[in-house]
Ligand binder design. Structure first.
Ligand code: HEM
Length: 622
């Protein structure tokens, strides 16, 4: 307004500083243009603007010209915008989508053998989605060989190989094969930039600080928590059985899920979720549930938001709810961090400096904060509070349902192999205490074999995915035959191609495990086939925790937690499946939860008949 007033004021012949009735928006918007424009016809005129000889007063003429001129400019600008915005959107879409289509026809993966593409839009997505996990891929491998390709949505190519050397290359070159952007977006939306999501230097830095908290000495300290919580679950089931007056159908998945949540709360942050205490409200638990409940609204928009990043700025009811729940999570997380920092600082003021190698304590977060504050970590290598905070939901998500589904499938497997259940219980009953140490648990050979076999055959995380960050040539252990009948010993891959990490399928592949690879046989661990030694898993020659720099950081934690649970629950009870085994299937999301085909509406569950174990009852069966 002031700017325009100056122009008006400087107009020859003067005139009112502000024309009455001039719309404010006009004044505001045209100030820039009006300042430069002085019509030549007005220059040097001395007639009073209100003179009757002027049909239109000069200043009004200026105004009119300005109005027409600026409206014209506005119109042009509006038209520009109308054209520019859709053009920009089309450009972004082309920038994202064209390479996807180009890649289909240029990717060297097209030379690999594999099934024909049933639909350019869905690719094999529907076939895979409507089958049990990994089953179509296992069929294709049998038909086309160990290294194949198939197409996903919009024809995107995926490399699918069981070649152990190729898989080792992919897992160990984690910078060249990171998680795809969509996966990272989905995880970041709910976890923040925790170790599960970050890549490159940020990931290396986080792992370096976090690794000591997951070492054997630290897990030894946590064994008591695992056993205490396992006993709480045992007592809970016993109470249910007592109330029913005998063997009772119990959904073991539910109780185990709550137990492992309580464990990660206490062992992870020294926080009491009290999930096993029925009905007790808990702010963090509620926030967690909100974040991980399934999508109920606008699934199309939610899906589009994943693939078209600009749409992510449009809020949906789901994104708003998630944001509110994350705020709660962040607040509680920050309180926990502040508490722990204060405790460590007071420890420091009372004694010597904290040193990374001396880090001891009970919960993972305290250990992580201690390691981060230790004097032998250079300032530049320390994690920010935001980085530390992001590990809170990361631990909860990564460390809770994975272990509970692992133990759920163990109990299921034991119902299907009663002789294994009995043999295992007999071994566990040789221990004279309810509270064995980590070393005592690890000294039970049959328990160890059962855990290995369950994690092999019922891997809680059935598969994961990576994307090639650059063109690469992947070496193979065994040559394969390409589409043209030529033998090859490397796989060429192009930047942007997806790579499947077939965890469960490699764990059950006959090439590594022999003809009985699909059977649950703990005894196989007395002497596993030589071929299995080549699998690039971080633990036990299986892929369940994958391998390389992105292998599961919590595998020691989960193994001892699983052992503590199985130890306590198999000593106390006998288990039978409450439904027909043919009705038990796996519902694959991130973890493989059980689903009963005749009771789909009940959601994931594992109904078992649970009966207190009494030595005399079972003597005839031993
Ligand atoms: C039976 C139990 C478990 C299984 C089968 C399992 C499996 C896995 C798998 C397959 C990955 C790799 C995911 C990917 O990169 O796509 C992973 C990563 C991870 N897991 Fe586990 N996990 C288990 C328990 C735990 C526990 C108890 C914790 C923590 C207390 C944990 C913490 C993590 C973290 C932080 C990562 C990310 C590591 C990184 O990217 O550097 N996991 N886990």
């Amino acid at each position: 307004m002031g700017h325009l007033n100056r122009v008006m004021g400087s107009a020859p012949g003067g005139g009112p500083a502000s024309a009455p009735g001039t719309p404010a928006t006009f004044c505001g918007r045209t100030a820039g243009h009006g300042a430069a424009y002085i019509p030549p016809s007005s220059r040097g005129r001395s007639l009073h603007p209100q003179s009757p000889y002027h049909p239109i007063p000069t200043s009004h003429l200026h105004l009119l010209i300005l109005l027409i001129y600026s409206n014209f400019r506005d119109l042009v600008m509006a038209l520009n915008l109308l054209v520019a915005v859709p053009l920009a959107l089309v450009a972004i879409l082309l920038w994202k989508i064209v390479p996807v289509f180009v890649r289909i026809y240029t990717s060297p993966l097209r030379h690999l053998p594999g099934p024909p593409n049933p639909s350019w839009f869905w690719g094999q997505f529907k076939v895979i989605f409507n089958s049990d996990h990994g089953v179509p891929q296992e069929k294709w491998l049998a038909e086309y060989g160990q290294t194949i390709t198939y197409q996903g949505m919009f024809g995107g190519r995926r490399l699918y190989t069981h070649d152990e050397r190729a898989m080792n290359h992919i897992l160990t070159h984690s910078n060249d094969f990171p998680k795809p952007e969509v996966t990272r977006y989905n995880l970041t939306a709910v976890l923040g930039a925790g170790v599960l999501v970050t890549e490159g230097e940020q990931h290396r830095q986080q792992r370096r600080i976090m690794n000591p908290a997951f070492g054997p000495a630290q897990i030894r300290e946590l064994t008591g928590i695992f056993l205490e919580k396992a006993m709480k679950l045992r007592d809970h089931w016993q109470l249910t059985i007592d109330r029913n007056g005998g063997p009772t159908r119990i959904d073991v998945l539910f109780g185990l899920g709550r137990m492992t949540l309580d464990v990660i709360g206490l062992a992870g942050f020294n926080y009491e979720f009290d999930a096993l205490a029925d009905g007790k409200p808990n702010e963090l638990n509620n926030a967690f549930k909100t974040i991980f409940q399934g999508d109920t609204q606008l699934p199309i928009l939610n899906m589009l938001r994943m693939f078209v990043p600009p749409l992510r700025i449009i809020p949906t009811s789901r994104s708003l709810k998630t944001a509110a729940a994350m705020k709660v999570m962040r607040r509680i997380g920050m309180e926990l961090i502040a508490e722990k920092k204060a405790a460590i600082l007071s420890e420091k003021t009372q004694g010597a400096d904290v040193e990374k190698k001396n880090v001891q304590g009970r919960d993972l977060l305290s250990l992580l904060i201690k390691a981060n504050m230790s004097t032998d970590i250079p300032e530049s290598q320390r994690l920010s509070d935001a980085d530390v905070l992001a590990q809170v939901p990361t631990f909860i998500v990564a460390g809770h349902e994975t272990t509970s589904t692992g133990v759920t499938w163990t109990l299921f497997a034991l119902t299907q192999a009663p002789h294994v259940q009995t043999k295992l219980r007999n071994e566990l009953l040789t221990v004279r205490t309810d509270m064995p140490s980590m070393d005592e648990l690890n000294a039970l050979p049959y328990l160890d074999m059962v855990v290995r076999e369950v994690l092999r055959i019922h891997a809680p995380v059935a598969s994961t995915i990576r994307v090639a960050a650059k063109n690469d040539e992947i070496p193979c252990a065994k040559p394969y035959t390409d589409r043209y009948g030529v033998q090859r010993d490397t796989i060429r891959i192009q930047k942007g191609d997806m790579v499947m990490i077939p965890i469960q399928a490699m764990n059950r592949d006959k090439t590594f495990w022999g003809e009985d690879s699909f059977e649950f046989k703990p005894e196989r661990w007395e002497n596993i086939p030589e071929a299995a030694h080549g699998l690039p898993g971080v633990w036990g020659h299986i892929m369940s925790f994958i391998g390389g720099p992105r292998a599961c950081i919590g595998y020691r934690f989960s193994l001892i937690e699983m052992k503590a649970l199985i130890f306590t629950l198999v000593r106390a009870f006998e288990y039978e499946l409450a439904v027909d085994p043919k009705d038990v299937t796996k519902k694959s999301s991130i973890v493989q939860r059980p689903l009963i085909l005749t009771e789909v509406e009940a959601g994931s569950q594992m109904p078992l008949i649970v009966k207190p174990y009494r030595a005399a009852d079972s003597e005839d069966r031993v």
